[in-house]
Design a binder for this molecule. Structure first.
Ligand SMILES: [Zn+2]
Length: 444
């Protein structure tokens, strides 16, 4: 059962609302406004309220007074197996510092039940974006296809779905990023918490509660909401949302307190502390490793490519300067006064020499860099290619936490996000539309 009991519709004492800063109807603590999600959050009791109506819409309450976990997942990976997974991975990377293979390091592999908050919420996204083809019932729209022949239009839609049991670790000492990349856990194996069964391996106590990490929670929920919405087509062939013009709100946010099994290994190398997590249920390893031999050699390549680029630039500049240097040297040898004298008698040759000197300069300036540019481009390409690094492990996609028991509903709406009663229409007809329609009658 969820820790908070939904009591939506809580009446609000008007006296509680001071100008702009209402108090929590339940505990009288000041509410913090969350503009982005149209809600107020009570930092004390964790209650969440609709910003307009102050009706309770959920709660981040967990961990404040509720000290006992609801459930836990038992270990499936033994300590020996965890050490095996780690050493095997180190071997596959190759060239890691000696400390990674030392028996002393591996003996520090520690099991722990880490406190996690499982956050669930109903999500409503009011999306604005571009719809491609599919629906072409509007005469104005059909008569005005885009220049490239692709029929597209601005579209609005609303989608409702539910995200379920997204884990957030309630323990500060392990970096969130590393903890999140050890996901997912198979939550169908959650068992009711009983302290007797957790005797062998210690359960850590949480040191951060959901109400103090609402930013982190909302950020991940928002990210997942956008992932879901980018897969909804609202009846178009394709719908691409404007990421920054979608409004997301959450209903019935609830939090469960559970313990999840992990093996933790920390070590220090070169003054940097490295933390590794092995999922105690699935054996998935996560953590950052110091540069391996391969990375070091790649870095060397990058440096030499950089130097090659610098060399190219210098050579190209010299190429352009060379003819002018030669001319100056010739003038120096013959003597400037002789040259003046010669050209004084031969004005035609002077013009010819001047023109060819300018022409030569232009030609060299124009073509020399181009000859080198090809090579430079290749060097650049190699350089940027070598900068590419494998994508680091990150938290799972929204699909993992999509609640299929609460199906997605999506429908197209008008620009004010009210559902359209009678099918689809492009947008409110404006005076300029009418004028355009008169000017450009439909072709059929
Ligand atoms: Zn409160």
């Amino acid at each position: 059962m969820a820790i908070w009991d939904g009591t939506s519709g809580t009446a609000v004492d008007p006296e509680n609302i001071i100008s702009g800063a209402p108090k929590c109807p339940e505990c009288s603590f000041f509410l913090v406004s969350d503009q982005e999600h149209f809600s107020y959050v009570c930092r004390k009791c964790g209650a969440i309220y609709d910003r307009d109506t102050l009706i309770r819409t959920g709660s981040f309450a967990a961990g404040k007074g509720t000290e006992v976990p609801e459930s836990y997942i038992p270990f499936k990976i033994s300590r020996g197996e965890a050490i095996g997974i780690f050493t095997e991975h180190c071997r596959s990377l190759g060239g890691l510092p000696k400390i990674y293979g030392s028996a002393k390091t591996l003996s520090d592999m520690t099991g722990a039940y880490v406190p996690f908050w499982l956050v669930s919420s109903e999500v409503e996204v009011n999306a604005k974006g571009i719809g491609f083809k599919g629906k072409q019932t509007n005469t104005f729209y059909n008569s005005n296809p885009a220049e490239d022949g692709v029929v597209r239009q601005e579209a609005y839609g609303t989608a409702k779905f539910r995200l379920k049991d997204i884990p957030f670790d309630g323990e500060k000492s392990i970096p969130d990023r590393i903890m999140a990349s050890s996901e997912p856990f198979d939550l169908s194996e959650l068992k009711e918490y009983s302290p007797d069964e957790l005797k062998d391996i210690p359960a850590q106590k949480y040191d951060v509660v959901p109400v103090d990490m609402t930013d982190v929670i909302y950020r991940r929920l928002d990210k997942y909401a956008m992932q879901v919405i980018s897969k909804v087509d609202f009846g178009f062939e394709q719908f691409i949302p404007y990421q920054d013009q979608c409004l997301t709100s959450y209903r019935n946010i609830s939090v469960r307190y559970v313990l999840l099994p992990v093996w933790i290994l920390t070590l220090e190398y070169d003054g940097i502390r490295y933390t590794y997590i092995i999922n105690g249920q699935t054996g998935k390893l996560s953590g950052d490793f110091p540069e391996s031999k391969q990375e070091r050699s790649e870095q060397k390549e990058r440096r030499s490519a950089q130097n090659a680029l610098k060399r190219d630039l210098i050579i190209r500049i010299l190429m352009v300067l060379v003819p002018w240097i030669i001319i100056l040297v010739i003038i120096g040898i013959i003597g400037p006064e002789n040259i003046t004298m010669f050209f004084g008698y031969h004005p035609l040759e002077f013009i010819l020499a001047l023109v060819s000197a300018i022409l030569a300069g232009v030609l060299i300036f124009h073509f020399a860099p181009k000859l080198f540019l090809k090579k430079t481009r290749k060097d650049y390409k190699n350089y940027y290619e070598s900068m590419k690094k494998p994508v680091p492990a990150s938290e799972p996609d929204a699909g993992v936490y999509f609640d299929t028991g609460f199906p997605l509903t999506a429908y197209e709406t008008g620009s004010n996000f009210n559902a359209l009663e009678t099918g689809w229409k492009y947008r409110e007809t404006t005076l300029s539309d009418i004028i355009k329609n008169i000017e450009a009658p439909e072709e059929d």
